[in-house]
Design a protein around this ligand. Sequence first.
Ligand code: NIG
Ligand code: FE
Length: 416
Amino acid sequence: MFADKILVNFSQIFSPIDKGRPLRGEEMSEALIIEDGYIAIKDGKILEVGSGNPDQKLINGYTEIIDYSGKLASPGLIDCHTHLVYGGSREGEFAKKLNGVSYLDILKEGGGILSTVKATRESSFSVLFDKTKRLLDKMLVYGVTTVEAKSGYGLYWETEKRQLEVTKALNENHPIELVSTFMAAHAIPKEYQENPDAFIQLIIDEMLPKVKVENLAEFCDIFCETGVFTAEQSRKLLTAAKELGFKLRIHADEIDSIGGVDVAAELQTLTAEHLMAATDEGIEKMSKAHVIGNLLPGTTFSLMADTYAPAKKMLEAGMAITLSTDSNPGSCPTANIQFIMQLGCFKMFLTPIQVFNAVTINAAYAVGRGEKIGSLDQGKQADITIFDATNVDYPLYFFATNLVMDVYKNGEQVVK
Ligand code: NIG
Ligand code: FE
């Protein structure tokens, strides 16, 4: 079969070993590293990856051959935890943070997530669409080809729906592929401060069925945290979501360990996210239940804390881990997944191969797309990120600099 395009002469190609499930523990140190490699693409999919010169059988008069001498290729990077669609921004809280006011205290004063809720409710569909599109444009140039996007700045249906519809529209109108998560249980709206159980019930009775019928999200998520939702409330909402056919994720152990991890293990959520405050016992439970630990070191950095999630312990316990930005206006305003990958090395002491596996194959499974993306196996989408680097160590070592030069999504070049 002839290729449409062949990318040739790579100094290195990194491709994870796809075992049909996320890589766990020691498996995260393994990968296919091809020296002097090529990638052949046909109909937007990977046709062949190999070393040396591609076979003449792949080439006819129409095959485009593109030279990438001295460069590194990896599968398109996957950002599997973002709060993507929102109104306004929160640089006004930055000074407070610098003066030592904590994230949960800002939230208690009605700021934090709740101030973004206000700004989001006041933003029209087109304002949100344009703003989110600009954010996705930035993510794309850092090498990201798939993004998970949570709602949760509406809290009430009308705005939650608007956020989900913006996600859907952008999925159809932007090179980045979006995976939608419904997260109305992101904060307790002012009107329900005294009765959060009633808000959970409202989500279960009124919102979840509508999200399902209108096909606006694949996943359901909840913020299980001190002063937000309890483990019991999380259990209740996620159980109802599971019955309706949603896949599950949970924000657990971000700041305090209050039982979110137990809920994750019991309900076998696909992921537990944040985990800065994860305990040894919690790690054991997640490992046994095969819950993916989705770690967000940019949030620890931006909260000016030093409590990075215990990534190494998780690997020692045989867990699968991923890394993502948590991109949001409060606890992690960034579009730069490469910086997050670097924090994975600098602050969590992961190796470059572990980090690349985390943001490719494991992130693909963490968004339920492991059969389609996350590695360069034949038949997968030709989502490819190309770095101005000769090997897989370099983009982790040479930090805080965008080293991505070209990006392909479904075989089309979307960043040049
Ligand atoms: O993942 N944890 C909850 N939500 C976000 C923060 C959102 C915000 O502050 O606006 C997070 O950290
Ligand atoms: Fe988050």
